[in-house]
Design a protein around this ligand. Structure first.
Ligand SMILES: O=C(CO)COP(=O)(O)O
Length: 267
């Protein structure tokens, strides 16, 4: 991690916690971070709850002036209108969302989202002033075949196609190898670094070294307080997109405070 890029720890709750549980979790997270004197300059902390929780989280964050940010797990390709069930970027913007996850592997898999769809969603988010967290990453078969870098870079190309350098300044990329999500099978820090560095290299080729050096690239997949320090020690990893561990306030606070954690990897 390079000091010019502020680390980002984002907790993707997936389809967990109702709006009442959301308030309890965010309160506990805020208290824990305050108690441990978390330095928000050393890591931005963001929660990504289900849509139904966002209004409650907004009310809490605004009312208590919390330094915790929040976002959504998906956004519509459409601006509004006759699209039953869809949530537009403008609606998320009105709720104060700073981020939206687009192209999570679970949406690519269960909702057949292609890079082209992810590209439109990222563009809609940016137009509404919301930073898209664009997810990429290979499945186990691709990894075993040794094609993980090429596969992931193709997703980067497709998902970010046509975006300007100015737009890239508001984009975050999350490298989440599918085989490491929710499996306890964490990629090694070297695995994370290999692909995050390749992504940064691709962004440099396509846009510029300025764009690439300012871009935040997160790692996601079985991140815990015990393994985050070793992952963050890698130069091209700028944070984490955390699933299961973000549902436990103590654990997620420990991840946010990676800078105070011992590196237990022995590296
Ligand atoms: O998919 C993830 C975050 O978006 C990672 O989930 P886990 O941290 O539960 O492996």
């Amino acid at each position: 991690m390079t000091s010019a890029r502020k680390p980002l720890m984002a907790g993707n709750w997936k389809s967990n916690l109702n709006h009442q549980e959301a308030v309890v979790l965010v309160q506990k997270l805020a208290w824990t971070l305050q108690d441990k004197k978390h330095d928000f300059d050393k890591a931005e902390v963001v929660v990504i709850p289900p849509f139904t929780d966002i209004r409650s989280v907004q009310t809490l964050v605004d009312g208590d002036h919390l330094a915790i940010g929040y976002g959504a797990q998906d956004v519509s390709e459409h601006d509004g209108g006759a699209y039953t069930g869809e949530i537009s970027a403008a609606m998320l913007s009105k709720l104060g969302c700073s981020y939206v996850v687009v192209g999570h592997s679970e949406r690519r898999e269960h909702h057949a989202e292609t890079d082209a769809v992810v590209n439109v969603k990222a563009t809609k988010a940016l137009a509404a002033g919301i930073s898209p967290i664009v997810c990429v990453g290979e499945g186990l078969e691709v990894r075993q075949a040794g094609d993980h870098v090429a596969y992931t870079l193709e997703q980067v190309d497709g998902s970010l196609a046509g975006l300007t350098a100015e737009q890239l300044a508001d984009v975050v990329i999350a490298y989440e190898p599918v085989w490491a999500i929710g499996t306890g099978e964490v990629a090694t820090p070297e695995d994370a670094q290999e692909v995050c560095a390749a992504i940064r290299g691709r962004v440099e080729e396509t846009w510029s070294s300025e764009v690439a050096s300012a871009l935040r690239i997160l790692y996601g997949g079985s991140v815990k307080a015990a393994n985050i320090a070793a992952i963050m020690a890698k130069s091209d990893v700028d944070g984490a997109l955390v699933g299961g561990a973000s549902l436990q306030p103590e654990e997620f606070a420990g991840i946010a405070r990676f800078y105070a954690m011992p590196d237990l990897s022995g590296a």
